[in-house]
Design a protein around this ligand. Structure first.
Ligand SMILES: Nc1ncnc2c1ncn2[C@@H]1O[C@H](COP(=O)(O)OP(=O)(O)O)[C@@H](O)[C@H]1O
Ligand SMILES: [Mg+2]
Length: 335
C-alpha cells in the first residue's frame, strides 16, 4: 500500500531541513482604501514575524522536520522576537548579529485584500556568504537546503553550493519575482519552485519567452513542460498556481520516483481566509517531506505540500498561521 500524503513527512526519522533566508518584523494596517500621497488614514494595526525565510522555516518545522534557520538580525527587539519564536517552536536558530536593524515590512491591506508593501531589508542585506558557509559546515546531517531571494545573491549561492557539496537536496524558491538571479544559482538548485508570476519573470529573463503570468495556468501541459525544461535544464520545476494547484516538471533522466515526467497536482478544497504565505507554507512542507521520507515518489511530497499550504490559507497571517502536523491530520483525516 502506498503511503498517504499525511504519512509522507511522518516517517520514523524526521530529517533535517536548513533554511537560509530572511526574517522581518511585519507591521500591518487594514485600511478602507490604500493611502494616496499626502493622505493620513485610520487603520487597524497588528504586527508579527515574517520574511520568506522565517515563514518557510516555521512551515518546515511544524510540518515535522528538524529545522535550522540561518539568518542575519539586528541588535534590537526584532532580534529578540526571532529568538523567542524559534525557541518556542524548537527551531535551531543560527543568526549573525549585524549593525543594521532587523528586517521590517510595512504592509497596507485594503477591504478587497489588495496590498501595498515596503520592505526594509535591514540586517537581511548583510547576510554574508562566509557566515553561511561556516554555519552550514557546522550543522550535521542536513537533508534539504531551502533558500529564497530575500538575501544577498552570494549568500544564496553559497547555501546552494554547500548543500550540494554535503549531499543535501537543494530547493530554490525564486521569490520575490523582482529579485534578479543568475544562471549559476539556477543550476545549483535540484528543485525550483516559482509561482506563476516568478515563473513568467524567470522565463522573460533567462529563456527570452514573454508570457503573461495570468496565462501560465492555462497553458497546454506539454508546452508548460517544455518551458520548464528550458528554464530548469537538470532541475525539477514546480510552478505553483494558487487555487489551481501546481504543475510538476522533471528532467527526462531524473524523475525522482515518479512514473511520468510532468503532471498537474490539484489544490485542496479549503475555506480560504488569507492566502499570504501560501507559497512559503508549500516550500517549507515540501522540504520537510523530502527530508523525512526521501524514498517516496516525488508526487507524494507535492501532494503533502499542497495540502499543508491549503490548510495554511484557512488562517490569517503567515509564519504564525503555519499548521502543525496534528492540525493537518485533524483537518484532512479526522478519526
Ligand atoms: N485558494 C487556495 N486554495 C487551495 N490551495 C491554495 C490556495 N492558494 C494557494 N494554495 C496552495 O498553496 C500553494 C502555493 O500558493 P501560490 O499562490 O501558488 O504561492 P504564492 O503564495 O507564492 O503566490 C498552491 O500551489 C496551493 O497548493
Ligand atoms: Mg499566489
Amino acid at each position: 500500500m502506498s503511503a498517504t500524503p499525511e504519512r509522507a513527512a511522518s516517517g520514523s526519522r524526521k530529517g533535517r531541513v536548513c533554511v537560509v533566508g530572511s526574517f522581518n518584523v511585519d507591521h500591518v494596517w487594514r485600511v478602507a482604501a490604500l493611502p494616496q500621497p499626502g493622505a493620513t488614514l485610520a487603520g487597524e494595526y497588528r504586527s508579527g514575524p515574517g520574511g520568506k525565510g522565517f515563514n518557510q522555516a516555521m512551515a518546515a518545522r511544524r510540518a515535522g522536520a528538524e529545522t535550522s534557520f540561518v539568518c542575519a538580525l539586528g541588535g534590537d527587539p526584532g532580534a529578540q522576537l526571532a529568538r523567542a519564536l524559534c525557541s518556542a517552536d524548537g527551531i535551531d536558530l543560527r543568526d549573525t548579529e549585524c549593525a543594521l536593524p532587523t528586517g521590517t515590512a510595512g504592509i497596507y491591506v485594503d477591504l478587497q485584500g489588495r496590498n501595498s508593501i515596503v520592505v526594509g531589508a535591514g540586517a537581511n542585506a548583510l547576510l554574508g556568504a562566509d557566515f553561511v558557509a561556516t554555519t552550514l559546515a557546522s550543522i550535521a546531517g542536513i537533508d534539504v537546503v531551502l533558500v529564497q531571494l530575500e538575501s544577498p545573491i552570494d549568500a544564496v549561492q553559497e547555501a546552494l553550493r554547500l548543500g550540494r557539496q554535503c549531499g543535501a537536496l537543494t530547493i530554490l524558491n525564486p521569490a520575490p519575482a523582482n529579485a534578479t538571479i543568475g544562471g549559476a544559482q539556477l543550476e545549483l538548485a535540484d528543485i525550483l519552485t516559482p509561482n506563476e508570476t516568478e515563473f513568467a519573470a524567470l522565463l522573460g529573463r533567462h529563456v527570452g519567452e514573454r508570457i503573461d503570468p495570468d496565462d501560465v495556468g492555462s497553458l497546454d501541459q506539454g508546452r508548460l513542460h517544455a518551458l520548464c525544461r528550458q528554464l530548469g535544464h537538470d532541475s525539477t520545476v514546480i510552478v505553483t498556481l494558487g487555487a489551481s494547484g501546481c504543475f510538476v516538471s522533471h528532467p527526462e533522466k531524473q524523475l525522482r520516483g515518479d512514473s511520468i515526467p510532468y503532471c498537474r497536482v490539484p489544490a485542496e478544497t479549503v475555506r480560504v481566509t488569507d492566502t499570504t504565505g501560501a507559497g512559503d507554507a508549500f516550500n517549507g512542507a515540501l522540504a520537510a517531506s523530502l527530508a523525512g521520507q526521501p524514498q517516496l515518489p516525488f508526487n507524494q511530497h507535492v501532494r503533502f505540500a499542497s495540502r499543508y499550504a491549503g490548510l495554511s490559507t484557512e488562517r490569517e497571517g503567515a509564519a504564525l498561521a503555519m499548521p502543525t502536523r496534528t492540525e493537518l491530520n485533524a483537518r484532512f483525516n479526522p478519526e
